[in-house]
Design a protein around this ligand. Sequence first.
Ligand code: B12
Ligand code: SF4
Length: 636
Amino acid sequence: MKILLYNPDNGVTRNFMPHLWMFLLKALTPPEHDVLLIDGNAQALDEEGLARFVREHEIGLVGIGAMTRMVAKAYRMADAARAAGVPVVMGGPHVTEAPDEALGRDGGPRHADAVALGEADETWPQIVADAAQGRLKETYAPVDAAGKERKPSLQPYPSIPWESMDLDQFNIIPSFLAPMLGRVGGGWKTFRIIPVESGRGCPYGCEFCTVTGFFGDSIRFRTNESVVDELLRLKARAKSEGGQVAVFFIDDNFAINIKRTKSLLRDIIAAGAQVYWTAQISANLLRDEELLDLIQASGGKWIFIGMESIDPANLDDVNKNFIKPGEYGAVLERLARRNLLAITSFIFGLDNDTPGVSLRTLNQLRQWPAGLPVFGQLTPFPSTPLYARLEAAGRLTRPKHWLDFAPYQMAHTPLKMTSAQAQAEVRQAWTDSYSPAAISRAVNSLSQSPVWLRISLLLGRLSFRGIYFPQMGRWAWLKVAAQNRRVIIKLVGAAIKLWLKSWREGRAFRRALKKIDDSTHGGVFMKDRKLQIECGRCGKTMSEILTEVEARTIRDGIGPVYRHCDCCEKTTGWIEAAAERDATEGAPQHPAAARSTSRSSYDRPVAHGQERLATTSERDEMEAMLYEHDAVQKKK
Ligand code: B12
Ligand code: SF4
C-alpha cells in the first residue's frame, strides 16, 4: 500500500525544518508499504493538488498531523482526500486534545476516518495493517491490555534513515548561492536544520502548555549511543554533500535531567559527533557552568529560553514560577561568554500585563546581551489548564479559535487590558526588535565577538523577522536585504577580510609543510599513498591509503589519523605502524614524533569519515612544532 503523510502549511512562515513525526512514522512503517511525505510548508499544496496527488500516486492511506493552529487547513485537506476516496487518519497534539472534532462526534462535520491519540510510535504499525485490510477503527490509543496508557520508552529508538532521505526541500541555502558557498570553510552548499529528539516529557506543567498533558510528566530518554549515531550519520551526509547540518533537539526541556544531558554531551564530544545545535532549556537549568561549557564544546549555538514575562506575578499565574526574571540577565551573560546566542521567548496578554508591557520588556532586553527575541500572545490551547480556567471564568472570546485561525489574534480577554491592546503590544515588540536600526544595533553590539557570531545573529534576526512580518517570497527577502543593506555590507566586508587572512595564513602553513616534506622525506608524500598504520589503542595494524595530509600528519608525528578499529569497536587514532617506522629508519626524525608517540594521545575518538579540519588551537600547536622543526634543521 502507498501511504501519504502530510503536514499542512502554517500559512505564515516557510518551514526551515522538517516535521519529525513524518520521518519517525515513515521509519516505523512495515517495509512492505511505500511512504511518501509532503510538508506543506516546504511544498505548497491546496485541496485540489492533494486530491490529484492521491489519485495519481494511487495512495491507499493519508496520514495528517497538525498543531492546533494548522488544524483548520488539515481538516480541509482531509476532506479533499476523503472526497477522492482515500481513508484519512489524523494524529498529533490537536486531534489528541479534541478527537471528537476530527471524527465529527461533536455535531460538526467529520474529517477523519480514524484518529491516533497521543504518541503513535506503537500504534502506527497496527493502523497501517488495519488500513491495508480495509478495517480502520475510529480511535487508536496507546494502551496496554488493561487499558492503561502506555508511553513508548524510546529505548530502542528507530533509526531514521536521514542519510538516504530526500531532503532537498529543506536546504536553506538558495540554489544561486550554493556553488559559491560550496567553497567557503568546510563547504556550505547545503545547510539543513534537522529535528532530533533525545527525550520526551516535561514535569513542570505550565498552565498554557500542552506538553505535560500530552507527553506526560515522566521523562524518557533515548540512549546516548542512539543519539550519537544519528548525529554521526547526519554529519556524514552533510560532509558528503559539501554542506553543513544543524540539529534542533526538540526535547521540551533538553536539560531537564542535567546529569543525563551532561553525559550525552560528553559522549557527543568523545565521538566527534559535534554538529551545530539548538535546544530548548529553561532558565533555571542554565545556572550550571559545567553544563554551559559542555554545550559550547559539543557544538551548541542557539539556546531557546521560554522567559514568558519579566513580571514574577505573571509567572505565578501560569504556574511557571520555577524561573526567576531576576536571574535572566545573569543567564544570558553566561551564555554570551561562551558565544551562545539566546532565543528569548515572551508572552503578552498575561493576567498581570498592562499597556506598556512591550516597552518595559524591550527596555529590559536592551540591558542584556543581544539575542533573538520572539513574542506571542497568550493562547488557550484545548485541554490545557489555561483553557479550562478561562472557559470556567467565561473569558474565552473565541472558544474554537483554531477553526477560524488568524495569526496573533487573541482568543480571550486579559484582565488588565483589552485584547486589542495585547495584540498591539505584540506588534510593537516585533516592530521595535526587528527594524533595520534594531538589527544593526544588535549586530554592532557584538563588535568584540567573532565574525561568525555576528553573521549568525544577523541571519537569525533577518529570518526570525519573518515569524511576524510575512516575507515568504524572493522579493520579500530582497526587500528585507535592501532595508538592512548597511549592516549586511559591513559584515560581508569583515567576513572577506577574515577569509583573506586565513587564506594567507593557510598558504604560509602549506609552504612550511612542503619545506619539511622536501627536507625530511624527499617529497614522497605529495600523492595519496598506502601505509601500514597501527591502532594507537590496541596496536592492531592495517594497510590503508592515506591522503597527502594524513600521511604527513602521522609521519611527522603531528597527530594520528582516525579510523574505525574492529578490535576496539570504535573509532580510534592510528599512527604509523612500527614496520613502516623501521623501514624509514635513518630518515631524519621530526622532533615532535618522539613526544607524540604516547599511545593515549592517539586515543581521541573521532568517528570514521568524520575527519575534520584542525581547530585554531590544534593548528597553532602544529605550527609551533613545525617552526621548532625548522629551527632544528637550520642548526644542522
Ligand atoms: C519542534 C516544535 C516546533 C517547531 C515546528 C517546526 C517543525 N518542523 O517541527 C517550531 C519551533 C517552529 C515550533 C513553533 C511553534 N510551536 Co511548536 N513545538 C515543537 C515541539 C517542541 C516538538 C514537535 C515534535 O517534533 N515532537 C516530537 C514528535 C515525535 O511528536 P509529535 O509531533 O507530537 O508526534 C507524535 C504524535 O503526536 C503522533 N503524531 C503526530 N502527527 C501525527 C500524524 C499521524 C497521521 C499519526 C498517525 C500520528 C501523529 O505521532 C508522533 C509519534 O508519537 C512541540 C512539543 C513537543 N514535544 O512535541 C511543540 C508544539 C508542537 N508547538 C506548539 C506551539 C504552540 C507552537 C507555536 C504556535 C508557538 C508560538 N506561540 O509561536 C509555534 C507555531 C509554529 C508555526 N508557525 O506553525 C505546541 C502545540 C500545541 C497545540 N495544541 O497545537 C507544542 C505541543 C508545544 C506546547 N508548548 O504545547 N514548534
Ligand atoms: S517547561 Fe516548557 S515544556 Fe515544560 S510545561 Fe513548561 S512550557 Fe511546557
